[in-house]
Design a protein around this ligand. Structure first.
Ligand code: CTP
Ligand code: MG
Length: 388
């Protein structure tokens, strides 16, 4: 049975009120829409995702979903129902047996939800996850309560909602009557829609506080992983001195196969160490000519993509440069800024400091510069305890 999920992302997030639609905002370092797509795929039941986006955002969303089984995004409509119709039209040439419709603004789908929806489709053409209403319900107007509405039998509908494809396509052909979810169209046609348990964690990000709530929920599950790195390069004449991505004026520079940025190398190893993914030499072997004189910024960007690929986030990184000269303090802020930029994290997550060795040893004699780094990466439990 083929199952395709429409990922609804054509809204503009007016209630949220950010400069960007909420589905593109970062949640633990990755866009909300990427979380939603991965949540749809995580149980292994969904074959492909069909994103529906605002016109002009097709290429951006394709890039945000890179590496996932996503079809080329299609433009949506002025209403959510119009957007769903556009998504169904994109699937019509090769229709799946089952279509799921999911809000890109819902980054968390609890395990078991999709399996329960699919099982419920045996007995009904549509199925939705829903939470019983817990609060007492009031009808009100002009700041006054008018009445208490009995909450017995009332549910809050969530997504993903699951349908036999032909049933939903036919329901949408009949017009949407302003429906705010897809189940409403089946209800209007007198067709049964099954209820499966929803979850409080399946939040539709609507207001700014929702994003903070979801972030706290996801972060609480993450496991901290620590890594360290150490590197040394020799100081020689005739090379620029590049430390933590910043060119520092100095009569000598560091020699090495790449640009010999000892600070970035130590930091990369700290990150690879936290991920248990070997070291910089595994990813960028010095034997390969491609890395000769390479800008080490590339290595750090790669380490950042490995964190994201494991579903993680960098909590913090701390680099110590060990040298007598040059003085690092005047450049430390520029180095922090550059590293934070390369890693895609806030400045507060990155520290750069320096020490001398009291003129002892090779750094003390000015023969070379050493660097050590520590990084803490937060990983989801499944990624934290399995090797990449
Ligand atoms: N959506 C859509 N097409 C529309 C409107 C909404 O694909 N014309 C999508 C949104 O991107 C969102 C989901 O449907 O993922 C649920 O809609 P909602 O939470 O209302 O999102 P927005 O419409 O973006 O937000 P707002 O109503 O505050 O503007
Ligand atoms: Mg809306």
């Amino acid at each position: 049975m083929s199952i395709v999920a429409l990922l609804m992302a054509a809204g503009s997030g007016t209630r949220f009120g950010a400069p960007e639609p909420k589905q593109y905002l970062p949640l633990l370092g990755r866009p909300v829409i990427r979380h939603a797509a991965e949540a749809l795929l995580s149980g292994g039941l969904v074959d492909a995702i069909q994103p529906v986006v605002a016109a002009g955002e097709e290429a951006r969303v394709a890039a945000l979903l890179a590496g996932l089984p996503a079809r080329p995004p299609v433009p949506g409509g002025a209403t959510r129902a119009g957007s769903v119709r556009a998504g169904l039209a994109a699937l019509a040439a090769d229709p799946p047996a089952v279509v799921l419709v999911h809000d890109a603004a819902r980054p968390v789908i609890p395990p078991g939800t999709i399996a329960a929806l699919l099982a419920a489709l045996d007995g009904a053409p549509g199925a939705i996850p829903a939470q019983p209403v817990a609060d007492t319900l009031k009808r009100g107007a002009a700041g006054r309560v008018q009445e208490t509405v009995p909450r017995d039998g009332l549910f809050r509908a969530q997504t993903p909602q699951a349908f036999r494809f032909e049933t939903l396509a036919a329901a949408h052909r009949g017009g949407d009557g302003g429906a705010t979810d897809d189940a409403a169209l089946l209800e209007a046609a007198g067709l049964p829609v099954a209820l499966v348990p929803g979850a409080e964690s399946n939040v539709k990000i609507t207001w700014p506080e929702d994003l903070a709530r979801v972030e706290a929920h996801l972060a609480a599950r993450l496991v901290p992983r620590m890594g360290t790195g150490f590197d040394v390069h020799r100081l020689v004449a005739g090379r620029p001195l590049i430390l933590c991505g910043v060119t520092v004026p100095h009569p000598l520079g560091l020699s090495g196969h790449s640009d010999a940025d000892v600070g970035i190398h130590a930091l990369c190893d700290a990150i690879y160490g936290a991920l248990a993914e070997g070291d910089i030499g595994r990813w960028f072997p010095p034997s390969e000519a491609e890395w000769k004189d390479a800008d080490s910024a590339r290595f750090l960007r790669h380490a950042a993509t490995r964190i994201a690929a494991r579903g993680g986030v960098l909590a913090n990184a701390d680099v110590t440069l060990i040298c007598e000269r040059p003085k690092i303090a005047p450049h430390a802020e520029a180095m922090r800024t550059r590293l934070a930029d390369l890693l895609g994290v806030g400045l507060g997550a990155v520290s750069v400091k320096a020490t001398t060795t009291e003129r002892l040893g090779f750094p003390g004699r000015g023969e070379g510069i050493a660097a050590q780094a520590a990084a803490v990466v937060l990983l989801p439990p499944d990624a934290a305890f399995t090797m990449a």
